[in-house]
Ligand binder design. Structure first.
Ligand SMILES: NC(=O)C1=CN([C@@H]2O[C@H](COP(=O)(O)OP(=O)(O)OC[C@H]3O[C@@H](n4cnc5c(N)ncnc54)[C@H](O)[C@@H]3O)[C@@H](O)[C@H]2O)[C@@H](O)CC1
Ligand SMILES: Nc1ncnc2c1ncn2[C@@H]1O[C@H](COP(=O)(O)OP(=O)(O)O)[C@@H](O)[C@H]1O
Ligand SMILES: [K+]
Length: 496
């Protein structure tokens, strides 16, 4: 954003014009959500930078819309465009209030505009700003954040101290990463984007991008008329144990609904007949198991034999954690160059991200914060606090594609990270991750590269859940993972 901003100014567009356009657009969005504001009390809290400058213009616009506007500015002296816009307010019947009157104004406000900190903020909030943020969060009135909720790092979503909890965040030019990646994303409320007039010459390629349907155009492999079941994608699923068959079935169904031509399954010997009965169209075989009913290291030979008929492998869900599992994972990683997706127990059985770096074949891992915390040795809390950097670091150390699950889903590979745009908390139910593995595995088997397979899989999986909600009108709490199968085809149809 900073580079795009500078680029626009280098083309000759004055910063003040950008600020005006941003703030006029933001004011319109505020009025659309909370208007009409005639006679209503609005408190604008403005910080010392350009985010505060936006706040001054918004104060002017809401005043023009008839609101009774009070502005608290954290600095005594301003410079640049912010100073110009503050001076305008002095000529209007907008009340400029001091710190002593802030709390009282807040108590009487119908709407609060948080323009304390924007993209220029990082680290932990210093000084009296923490107190202001806490007060805003305790107030009854709805809160609109300008560009980024103050206290949230707009570039990463990290939150190190107090941060505003907004009902609406209006972003200039593009949604800021911090408004969608948690924990920052959990502070932003609804996110709207307003155009501020940045011309294409000033657009920059961002390292972090947004996976929407448009960004996936042409990415999903199509089946041609001359296809046969093997050329349409042949996936080998290595999953489950004698006491856990459901995960395997869900990976298989997910893969079939994502267009895989043929699904092979290898599971524990004693579980094979149950998986076979549940997955009509798949070819299921049993592999040697240990005393606990988990596939043992001895299963490697059988699995590598089966892999000769496959174009990709999904390894992991419910396969069990332990010495046998570690030998299994190691044997398969070293034994084939096929694209491999590792999920769940297969991730836990890895000694560390470096264990994947030596592979010559493409690798995708799909951990949630707990699994990634174990893999990195940092713990789930640290991963959840720094999702973007955790995913990036893992992608770098493993030289693999990393899909980090959660309320937002990140896909990191090399220098790039994509933030998924679909999904709902209806997905917070057991087994949805297994379905996702199957979907991504199918796309790998059909020849998609790991980054595209992971981005597309996450998008279609999230979209299927949204479609289930839209079509059935049922409460989020009643979704079960198998509900996704009916809606995956429709989600893919939207991409084709
Ligand atoms: N041409 C432009 O530059 C445009 C800027 N825009 C707005 O300007 C914002 C960026 O402006 P700035 O770069 O001035 O940055 P900010 O206004 O986000 O923040 C800078 C201010 O925050 C203070 N600060 C930084 N870190 C702090 C910390 N840890 N604790 C307490 N205070 C801290 C600084 O001392 C400074 O006063 C955007 O978010 C957006 O709202 C928009 O108006 C669009 C155009
Ligand atoms: N609150 C939420 N909002 C959106 N998506 C969620 C939420 N909670 C979980 N998900 C998604 O649901 C899936 C859960 O996967 P996982 O935890 O591996 O489940 P399981 O292992 O039971 O299959 C992931 O794709 C995750 O991103
Ligand atoms: K802000």
């Amino acid at each position: 954003m900073t580079r795009a901003d500078r680029g626009a100014q280098a083309l000759g567009i004055p910063g003040g014009v950008l600020m005006e356009r941003a703030s006029v657009g933001m004011s319109r969005a505020i009025l659309d959500s909370f208007g009409p504001l005639a006679g209503r009390r609005v408190l604008v809290a403005a910080g010392g930078g350009n985010n505060g400058g936006d706040g001054f213009v918004i104060a002017r616009e809401l005043y023009r819309a008839g609101a009774d506007v009070a502005v608290f500015a954290t600095k005594d002296e301003y410079g640049g465009d912010a100073a110009v816009n503050l001076d305008v307010l002095r000529n209007l019947a907008v009340r400029l209030v001091g710190r002593d009157a802030f709390s009282e104004e807040l108590a009487g406000a119908d709407l609060v505009v948080d323009a304390l900190l924007g993209t220029g903020f990082e680290g932990e909030v210093r000084g009296d700003l923490s107190g202001l943020i806490r007060e805003i969060n305790d107030a009854a009135a709805p809160v609109v954040a300008v560009d980024v909720p103050s206290g949230v790092n707009g570039s990463t979503g990290e939150v190190e101290g107090p941060a505003v909890r907004a009902d609406l965040t209006v972003c200039a030019h593009a949604a800021k990463v911090g408004c969608v990646v948690s924990p920052g994303g959990d502070h932003a409320g609804r996110v709207e984007v307003v155009d501020i007039g940045i011309p294409p010459e000033a657009e920059v390629e961002a390292a972090t991008t947004w996976t929407d349907a448009a960004s996936l155009r042409g990415v999903v492999p199509r089946r041609t008329g001359a296809a046969h079941k093997y050329s349409a994608g042949s996936l080998l699923i290595v999953a489950g144990s004698s006491s856990a068959t459901g995960a395997t079935v869900m990976v298989g169904r997910g893969a079939q609904r994502a267009g895989c031509g043929i699904v092979f399954v290898v599971t524990s010997e004693s579980a094979a007949h149950r998986v076979d009965a549940a997955l009509t169209e798949a070819l299921v075989s049993g592999a040697p198991e240990d005393g606990d009913g988990l596939m043992s290291g001895d299963a490697v030979e059988h699995i590598l034999g089966m892999s000769e008929r496959a174009s990709a492998i999904v390894l992991g869900p419910a396969a069990g954690v332990g010495e046998g599992g570690r030998r299994l994972v190691e044997g398969i990683l070293n034994g084939t160059d096929l694209p491999i997706l590792l999920d769940a127990d297969a991730i836990t059985n890895l000694p560390g991200p470096g264990a994947l770096a030596a592979r010559s074949g493409p690798t995708v891992i799909t951990p949630h914060a707990g699994e990634l915390g174990r893999l990195l040795g940092t713990g789930a809390k640290e991963v959840s606090a720094r999702r973007l950097s955790s995913a990036r670091r893992t992608a770098e150390e493993s030289r693999s594609c990393v899909l980090l699950k959660g309320t937002d889903t990140l896909v990191a590979e090399g220098e790039r990270v994509a933030v998924n745009s679909t999904g709902t908390h209806a997905l917070a139910t057991a087994g949805t991750g297994d379905v996702l593995s199957g979907v991504i595995g199918a796309l790998l088997s059909r020849g998609a590269d790991p980054y595209d397979a992971a981005r597309t899989g996450a998008w279609a999986h999230g979209r299927a859940a949204e479609l289930w909600l839209e079509r059935t009108g049922r409460p989020v709490e009643s979704m079960v993972a198998t509900d996704l199968f009916e809606y995956l085809p429709e989600a893919f149809a939207e991409l084709l």
